[in-house]
Design a protein around this ligand. Sequence first.
Ligand code: ADP
Length: 449
Amino acid sequence: MADKSVKILIANRGEIALRVLRACKTLGLPSIVVFSEADRNTLAVKLADEAICIGSAAAADSYLRADRIIAAAELTGATAIHPGYGFLAENARFAEICNDCGLVFIGPSAQAINLLGDKATAKTTMQKAGVPVIPGSNGVVKSLAEAGRAAEKVGYPVILKAVSGGGGKGMRVAKDSGELLDAFQTAAAEAKAGFGDASLYLEKYLVDPRHVEVQIIADSYGNVVALGERDCSLQRHHQKVVEESPCAVLPEDVRKKMTKAAVAAAETAGYTGVGTAEFLYEPSTKNFYFMEMNTRLQVEHPVTEMVCNIDLVAAQILVALGKRLPWKQSDIEIHGHAIEVRVNAEDPTRDFAPCPGKVQFYHAPGGPGIRVDSHLYDGYVVPPYYDSLLAKVIAYGEDRETARRRMLMALSELTIEGVVNTADFALALLQDEHFVSGKFHTGTLQELL
Ligand code: ADP
């Protein structure tokens, strides 16, 4: 669809800027990539139709500057903005500003982002819609005493979580009342520092659950389709390390109910675009609980693309431009199994300390079922200012074991000379008996470290 009146500005960097750029090129849509002074030499900038500098290295002076991004859009004649993930992707005010300036924000409406962005309010809304939620406080706990009362009601252990949180930050577990004060204070301080909002809510802390999330996409005509689930239980400090689709341990009846709940969540929020309903699943009881809805493209979207055989980013752009979803729920078929590993510029032997630096030599693996989403090239300098993601290696197979074996091959072939990274760590993890057997939970990786 070469629509000459559409021009997309990509307001992000790294692998995701490249991923969105590729979708634009596939659709025949011209695009502009914005960049900070530290990102002048990134692959997305080199490959873009146009690129424009929006400020200095610090994200606060560039990728988080709505005014400069809008100015760049006006200067280049962009008609739509893709925010990628992170930075302004879940910022309702930014979505609103785009719309006020006559630009299409490629994501849900500001209203939906607002509703779902406040995690405590989102839970209450979902509960009303009949979606099972984790027992906890009714909204924000304003004081330690209030947290104590909520904790007694649901029973220990409990988790305090930032209302505006994300990326695993601003949450602390209290095993008993003696730990509550410290958990409350640390979570609030981290929330304030990370999100400028110290508000917390409280939940029962589920023991050994799986993190299972459902990908949805909705158009602006009320059609919502679920695109299978992803298991993201292997986490370090509540941050995902390995993701796969489908979840290896989800019974079919639970899958159906979870899918229904995710679609109901999207419908309740008046959702449009791609989104992810995150759940915690307890294999012992077969119960699952809604945690939150992420109102953006996820880092781990490729595993869904592989098993559904669709280009999720292209579909996201098309629905934002007002197109109807090309499929009904009954058209969606999940085939085979896909695994994604995040390779970061971090040193596993030094508590995963970030290791920016110059890539002396880069070689991406290939072969049947292998996909690598990465912005690396020989000589690229990984800057110290942003997240440490270097590459996402995705392996597909007709079954889980085939995908796993292909991943082992791919990770041992991947070469990133000059930058210390987590590829070997992931290679070991994928050979660990927990991963091989599929018997793991959200705490497993942390226990193995
Ligand atoms: P974020 O948005 O910061 O990623 P989430 O709410 O998605 O935070 O939670 C991230 C991870 O934290 C989950 O995948 C899970 O491992 C853990 N977690 C969050 N809430 C609970 C809970 N109530 N019980 C057990 N683990 C939890």
